[in-house]
Design a binder for this molecule. Structure first.
Ligand code: IMP
Ligand code: MG
Length: 336
């Protein structure tokens, strides 16, 4: 049995959807599993010339012969689930017999939506995600198995992973990212779930199945939410936002921009045990012509050429903590 994990190394929106889509092309995977979050996520994927955005449904739905399961670590809004299915079908994606829900996944109710809709403190996506997790941990939650409409989609996730059948090759698809993790992010400006390798394992994946952990980063950083993130004295961030099209796939909100923060990335690499590190959106910085990283809390390093910038990152991360890592620098919307 094999499990590969795709997760965000920063604040979400790093391009995880693109990486999952690319990996699934191998045809090797029997399963694609979402392990955290809900429709607070938006994974943008260019598939056969079409732009598709998935929210709760694993990206494996775009392929035949991949069982897509919304795992026990997720929360799910029933109404949104059915509208996402319908939207995929409208886009010509066959979803029949491919999408499943772990019966112990928790449900986002109308009350959760109402409460989250009033949020002014955190800048949530207002999808009810936080209140649903609070109910889960407060042991007052509603589970997927309690929703009659879910019945045709429900699976016992233990059986799905460990029951009889062929060898499982699982792609675990994370939502959000390390900087938004409930334990490791900048609390309270975080989401209400775990976004780490540990989170995938919590869904019932034995640790010794884990083969590769694909950490997805952007070559600059973006964050959406209420905290002040973008330096208002750096007009270049506005240009990056415009050229990079940095608007949320779920809420359309403008993302705040910052330089790549190597301290956050180091933590993310170590805590997640990232084996494959991807830097996305390199083409945007090439167009901007300025290449900076934050190294240490206040210091910024500046490179005059993109090639020097990439060489610096390779020197730092090719062998990180005594282990070899595979690095990718990607700049196109399709593939790696
Ligand atoms: P919540 O997850 O909706 O409660 O939002 C909490 C914080 O996480 C807010 O700052 C959101 O903007 C951020 N967030 C949640 N999901 C995503 C995502 O998929 N991409 C980027 N930011 C997200
Ligand atoms: Mg996103």
């Amino acid at each position: 049995m094999i499990a590969d994990i795709v997760l965000g190394a920063q604040y979400g929106d790093e391009g995880k959807g693109k990486v999952t889509h690319h990996l699934l092309k191998s045809g090797e995977y029997t399963h694609c599993i979402r392990f955290n979050g809900s429709n607070n996520a938006g994974h943008t994927i260019y598939h056969e010339g079409k732009k598709i955005i998935t929210h709760s449904i694993p990206s494996g739905v775009l392929y035949d012969d991949v069982r897509c399961v919304i795992g026990p670590g997720c929360t799910l809004n029933p109404e949104q689930f059915f509208s996402e299915l319908a939207e995929l079908e409208e886009n010509g994606i066959n979803t029949k017999g491919k999408v499943f829900i772990a019966n112990n996944c928790h449900v986002i109710t109308g009350e959760h939506l109402l409460e989250d809709g009033k949020d002014e403190e955190i800048g949530t996506t207002r999808r009810g995600n936080g209140p649903a997790y609070r109910a889960k941990y407060g042991r007052t939650g509603v589970m997927a198995k309690d929703i009659p409409e879910f019945k045709p989609y429900l699976v016992d996730f233990y059986e799905e992973l460990h029951g009889p059948g062929p060898k499982r090759v699982i792609l675990c698809e994370g939502a959000q990212g390390f900087g938004l993790d409930i334990d490791w992010g900048d609390y309270p400006y975080v989401t209400s779930s775990h976004c780490t390798t540990g989170s995938a394992i919590l869904n019932g994946i034995p640790h010794h199945w884990v083969r590769n952990v694909w950490g997805v980063a952007k070559i600059y950083e973006t964050y959406v939410g209420k905290k002040q993130f973008q330096d208002p004295n750096e007009p270049i961030f506005e240009r990056i936002c415009q050229i990079g099209g940095e608007y949320g796939a779920t809420t359309g909100r403008k993302r705040q921009i910052g330089w790549l923060d190597l301290d956050l990335l180091d933590k993310s690499l170590k805590i997640n045990g990232i084996t494959h590190l991807i830097f996305n959106k390199c083409d945007i910085l090439k167009r901007i012509g300025t290449f900076k990283v934050r190294n240490g809390t206040k210091k910024t390093l500046e490179f005059t050429r993109y090639s020097h910038f990439e060489t610096y990152l390779r020197a730092k991360y090719d062998h990180f903590e005594g282990k070899e890592r595979v690095l990718f620098f990607s700049g196109t919307p399709n593939g790696i």
